[in-house]
Design a protein around this ligand. Sequence first.
Ligand code: PLP
Length: 379
Amino acid sequence: MRQTPVRPDASHNAGPFLYGQEADAVARVLEIGQYGHTDVTEEFEAKIAAFLGVEDAVAVTSGTAALHTALIAAGVGHGQEVIVPSLTFCATIQAILAVGAVPRFIEINPATLCVEAQQVVEAVTPATRAVMPVLFGGRAVDLDPIRGTLADRGITVIEDAAHAFGSYADTSRRVGATGVLTCFSFGPIKNLTCGQGGMVIPRTAEEAEQIRRLRLLGVVQSQAERATITSYQVDGFGLRYQLSSINAAIGLAQFDKFATTEVSRKELWRAYRSALHGVEGVELVDVDVDYSVPHLCVVRVPFRDEVFQFMRARNIGVGVHYPPNHLQPAFAPWHRSLPVTEQAGQEILSLPFHQHMTEDDVHRVVAALEQALSTGASR
Ligand SMILES: *Cc1c(COP(=O)(O)O)cnc(C)c1O
């Protein structure tokens, strides 16, 4: 008998939101008995492509794998530089190192926690080969004003849209549909989950083909074609990055409910915005909620570490997204002074944000935050 899943509450910072159909979808795939790349994976790709209004979408095992394969497809390699904000999940940086390139960390706009076109242009060097804007919290990043400049210098834009599935880049196009190489994550806590998974939105049919080979160990023939021949051909570097049909089935079930997800995540963020209105000492990081499907609710507060402990002690699942990467031991060789990011790194606090939360939860979180700021935590 199937158990009712544990529903996370405000004691969780984030959590997968399952609608129930996911388990049935997985059961069907298990019964069919084909778990690798199958037509279930292809159906998932086709649905996502149609939803975004793009030609093609290539499913991979994770958001990190999406970034890694996108970097390879863009020809980024040894010794080259990738411009990237320091304030991102460490996965972004590890993907850059995976191709032998190095990160060039840049600052962010303190109000949005996203990079801006001007900051990107100023960081370009002769070694720059790509720019990886991070769509922090789900907010689109507009690099259109510098697209020409970047293209002239052979610099590819690869969007880390791990937070931004469903968000709009402008009034008509979703993130992923603006013609830049875009990477999504369908990890456990993302706006849409496959359990674990990711997606690359390629720019051309050739690029799609290249990424499909990369994710299949460099093998030319598709899995279906291989069933009819006695050999196969490996014609380049490749990785085991294809999305299993089990994970794709979860993604398909989630996708069917995405309209609900979209509405409830916006509502939750707006509920926080009204509840936080006028709360002294708290600054809400704006996600441009009319256009985005919010992934996080981040505030900036004084005495962040004390506030964090105060909230945790009351069983409220606050978090920090993210400790800046240029301060991580592993990325120390590329450290630069980034005062705006460092200050954000000390002030940002992610409030519990997932679709199981109710308005009451929001009020409880905000009440605790007010208490934290007015008492012990602020001394
Ligand atoms: C989640 C995430 C990734 C990596 O995605 P995975 O699916 O976890 O590999 C990359 N960048 C950002 C900003 C993320 O939040």
